[in-house]
Design a protein around this ligand. Sequence first.
Ligand SMILES: *[C@@H]1O[C@H](CO)[C@@H](O)[C@H](O)[C@H]1NC(C)=O
Ligand SMILES: *[C@@H]1O[C@H](CO)[C@@H](O)[C@H](O)[C@H]1NC(C)=O
Ligand SMILES: *[C@@H]1O[C@H](CO)[C@@H](O)[C@H](O)[C@H]1NC(C)=O
Ligand SMILES: *[C@@H]1O[C@H](CO)[C@@H](O)[C@H](O)[C@H]1NC(C)=O
Length: 731
Amino acid sequence: MTHPFTKLTTTASSKPPPPLITFTFLLILCIIGFYTLHHPYPSPATPPLRNPQTALHFQKTFLSLSSNYTVSSYLRDLTHHPHLAGTEPSLDTVRYVQSHFEQLKFNTHTVEYKALLSYPVHASVSAHFSNGTTVELSLTEKGISQNAILDVVQPYHAYSPSGSAYGKVVFVNYGREEDYRALEAAGVNVSGCVVMARKGSVLSRSGVIFLAEAKGAIGVLLYAEWDRLRGGGVERGTVMRGVGDPLSPGWAGVEGGESLDLEDSEVSKRFPKIPSLPLSFENAQIILGSLWGGFVPQFLNDLGRVNGGRVGPGPTMVNLTFQGVCCVVEKKHQLKHLRRHREFSKGKKKVATIYNVFAVIRGLEEPNRYVLLGNHRDAWTYGAIDPNSGTAALLDIARRYALLMRLGWSPRRTIIFCSWDAEEFGMIGSTEWVEENLVNLGAKAVAYLNVDCAVQGPGFFAGATPQLDDILIEVTKMVKDPESESGTLYDQWSAPNRIFNIQRLGGVDSDFASFVQHAGVPSVDMYYGKDFPVYHTALDTYTWIVGHADPLFHRHVAVAGVWGLLALHLADDSILPFNFLSYSDQLQENKDILSNLLDQRISLDPLTAAIKDLTSAAKDAQNEAKRLREQEHLGGVEILKIHDLNDRLMLAERGFLDTDGLQGRQWFKHLIYGPHDEYESKLSCFPGIADAISQSTSMSKKDGEALIQHEVWRVARAIQRAASALRGELT
Ligand SMILES: *[C@@H]1O[C@H](CO)[C@@H](O)[C@H](O)[C@H]1NC(C)=O
Ligand SMILES: *[C@@H]1O[C@H](CO)[C@@H](O)[C@H](O)[C@H]1NC(C)=O
Ligand SMILES: *[C@@H]1O[C@H](CO)[C@@H](O)[C@H](O)[C@H]1NC(C)=O
Ligand SMILES: *[C@@H]1O[C@H](CO)[C@@H](O)[C@H](O)[C@H]1NC(C)=O
């Protein structure tokens, strides 16, 4: 396999140049210097416009430089060893990504943070059956080699407290509020019990644990339903609430900076108080099959097979014991040592170092505008899908951009490649960086393009803040569909049975969270396939990708194509390709859903008026862009106008931010997209209104209505701010 870029570098620098060539080169330099003196480069205030044909040429060249060979080799290199954040082997991936960028001659740097991470020391689960037998359940994953068992961190829940829970077992289905209602109706009370839940897609891992704790459970065993397919893997994961380093909530955890104590209530409120562990599907069935007690018909679908729908409590008792450390790791401690290492004193704070790696391609005309491409690098185990399928795609985009630069391309705006650390523990690397750079990002970030698990299987999926919908769809028309001989990704994505379904970025499941929800940066997230069975298990390996997710790496190439092209448009288009009409359509749709949910007495008029205002500002911006694009001769004045329009297009998203943030979760500043506190909300946006609706159920009618009405007003004002930023006029 050849690395096209390496080949170019070697031919260019293999021999010292003969004198004549040196002379000619110097002469050319002089001519360029003379020319530049007399045609000074326009000042940043009036950047020249680019020929759209040239831009198209570079986009096509970018696509033609794709290679499934390079992507697959990056992936293989990155996934030789497990690389859990904060551990020694993870440094190899830091160096790998860093040296890749350096070889491409990009301006590369690494930013370190100190963060509280959490690792297991000991874990056990024993089941005590009513017939008197006791079984020690194996927590080791099946279907992996002995070496791999020693190499990977044992299945655990990061930030689970240390302790034992000994009690009767109750099956709580997905562990949602409605599941507990069903249990209550059947006369089952989980207080004092160890609950067993299966992980669904509605509730996050921490959501399940915190709700169980609130219901009085003393411990939680969680198994993933897709375990059946994965042949013995067990899902690791974090159970911390919120995002970012818990010791530096809202600011960056830099060396020597302010760091809260573990006992601080701001820190401890983010961790559950009851221990929990993940369990294999097989082990879960052994326990479920031995339960008697309450009968819940709603759970029968899944349970019926096992034991006729009996959910407990008991008579089976379990002893769930977890001993963890928050946090290690002295350098050089491999995880195998970690497990034997028991002298970590409880409560003593030791923080791990995490590393974000960046490569910067400075924009030629607008260096102060940033287009960021980000992916995390740390993994629970080998990380082939999660997240290094994305890292491989990112490195391949960098390779291709370097080649474009040799062909004469430079981006108009600055492009920044970001390789995050400690995402698995709660988006820590990206969050600390966004917190540290909040003002500069607010003033200069055009867009953030995230890819986490790039390829999990078949089918393209994407999420975006709505002003980016159009350009996302446009770009898929240029990328080849990996599943067919000829068609484009657009053909496949828009096929009648699949219709476009661009998701929204209100969840906190990857590194876009702090960009959208804290900094108000327009963002995109994309991936191939979903719900892959080896998620967070030791089976997430290169071999699994080749065997299942993407045998010929064509899906990797497609993701890199969409991702890289999107960045080229955002970095090079003279006028930013943002359409705010999609935003107002989205808001309108959600307002309609809201009006069906709410009592007539709550007025949505403020929302209606604000959305109308945004729609009209969006139309004006579209017309303005159209006029500017149609002008044949663009003088300094028009160029300034384009600059002004771009600034307004960039800043409008920040209008949705509110200094006070969501009530009770002030870090989340975005009032349109953010996580809901209430897990059963029918709303995909307006998290503050959704929270108010759920809180109102435990209030007097009058107070409840007042709370909801206030949240409606807050959202309306946020939309109004966005409209006014888009117009760019003072009142
Ligand atoms: C469950 O039991 C606990 C302790 O006995 C009690 O405090 C609680 O109110 C009960 N919950 C329900 C819903 O009955
Ligand atoms: C006791 O019950 C468990 C669970 O039902 C079962 O797996 C085990 O084989 C039983 N042991 C004996 C000795 O019957
Ligand atoms: C539960 O297991 C732990 C670890 O094996 C042990 O130390 C503890 O005594 C057990 N608790 C009970 C109540 O059996
Ligand atoms: C790349 O794609 C070609 C054409 O489909 C295929 O023959 C080759 O095996 C692929 N390479 C890798 C590394 O998967």
